[in-house]
Design a protein around this ligand. Structure first.
Ligand SMILES: Cc1ncc(COP(=O)(O)O)c(C=O)c1O
Length: 359
């Protein structure tokens, strides 16, 4: 067997053996009471961890499903999509593919979206939905979703505020009511430190009211249908990944023990340390003040080969990420410090990079 490479990439993240093992439990049906108890328990734990009374939809899919759900169930006619990286670009394209009109607020990669930029665009009164990416995994930029929510909800209370927090939620702070979000979602393979396969999204009452008014919601993307089924039976309308739900239930107990604040502080300390390390040897890619707390994107100012670095790291049992896509490959590299890693683990991988490159 090949040497396992510990994952310091921005997802999927390392899953610890005790969590992985939860999936080996004997399977149960998804209609008996036993499943209902498991599922209701997960919903309750998600609400407790995030300090929220919003309903968390837990769906067997990867996070991208919520982009389709936004397009099918939430956008009535026209959305304003903030784009400052590859994933926000994908969100905008997905909504358009669902047949809804999209205008893009385009900001150069590496820079953040601000409330002022958004308010200026929303003043046209053309939009029923606003879409923002919390943590652009392609650039390592963290958009100020709390400030945006405060500004937007004050001036445009009817707008649905949908947020992709795939690479932040569970590590960075996500308190839906304080943000003012109507949908904020993640995937299990990022900061929750679980295998891929479940999409989790907090949904406001406002979003559910909107969904009721949007036609042609499909089935898997029918947010109201999924909610109504949960209200009636406390189960899922189609067959869920029960094995992964066992692992999620177990992991949520650990997360509740650490608390959201504790988890955020741990991620912040890893990010601050990595940033200082990066600034000592290189430069950070994101605009100052908007750096992610879950992934550090670093400019390759020394012109080293990132591909070769990763090959050498692999022989030592580690993996980091090259820059994202054509635009950023070899020009930047990314160190993911998300999930269950501790500061000492990130320091170890950076020590190996220093050793390999002779820094
Ligand atoms: C910010 C962001 N959005 C969306 C996605 C897509 O998530 P998934 O692969 O779970 O569908 C990713 C995956 O890396 C991401 O980082």
């Amino acid at each position: 067997m090949n040497l396992h490479k510990r994952l310091f990439i921005p997802g999927p993240t390392e899953v610890f053996p005790d969590v992985l093992l939860q999936q080996a439990k004997p399977l149960i049906g998804h209609r008996p009471q036993e499943f209902t108890d498991l599922f209701v328990g997960i919903v309750d734990k998600l609400q407790k961890f995030h300090g929220s009374r919003q309903w968390p939809a837990v769906i067997t899919a990867s996070g991208t499903l919520f982009m389709d759900i936004t397009g099918r169930s939430l956008v009535q006619e026209r959305a304003l999509c903030c784009v400052n990286g590859a994933f926000s670009q994908r969100y905008a394209a997905t909504i358009q593919n669902c047949g809804k009109a999209v205008d893009v607020l385009d900001v150069p990669w590496g820079q953040a979206i601000t409330p002022e930029m958004i308010l200026e665009r929303l003043s046209s009164g053309d939009y029923d939905t606003l879409v923002v990416c919390h943590n652009e995994t392609s650039t390592g930029v963290r958009n100020p979703i709390y400030d945006i929510g405060k500004a937007v909800k004050k001036e445009h209370p009817d707008i649905i505020y949908a947020i992709d927090s795939v690479s932040a939620m569970g590590g960075d702070k996500v308190e839906p009511e304080k943000i003012g979000s109507d949908l904020i979602f993640t995937s299990t393979q990022k900061c929750f430190a679980l295998p891929p396969g479940l999409a989790i999204g907090f949904v406001s009452e406002h979003a559910l009211e909107r969904a009721a008014d949007v036609p042609h919601r499909g089935r898997y993307t029918d947010l109201k249908g999924i909610y109504d089924y949960y209200q009636k039976k406390q189960q899922t309308p189609s067959t869920p990944n029960v094995s992964l739900l066992y692992a999620l239930d177990y992991q949520l107990d650990k997360m509740l023990e650490e608390t959201q604040e504790g988890r955020y502080q741990r991620h912040l300390s890893m990010a601050q340390w990595t940033r200082a390390w990066a600034n000592k040897h290189f430069e950070m890619f994101p605009e100052k003040g908007y750096e992610s707390v879950t992934v550090s994107t670093i400019k390759n100012t020394l012109g080293k080969s990132i591909a070769d670095l990763n090959k050498e790291l692999a022989t030592r049992g580690f993996m980091i990420s090259n820059g994202y896509g054509k635009q950023l490959k070899e020009k930047t590299f990314r160190i993911g410090h998300m999930g269950d890693w501790q500061l000492a683990n990130v320091q170890e991988v950076c020590w190996h990079i220093e050793d390999i490159w002779g820094l």
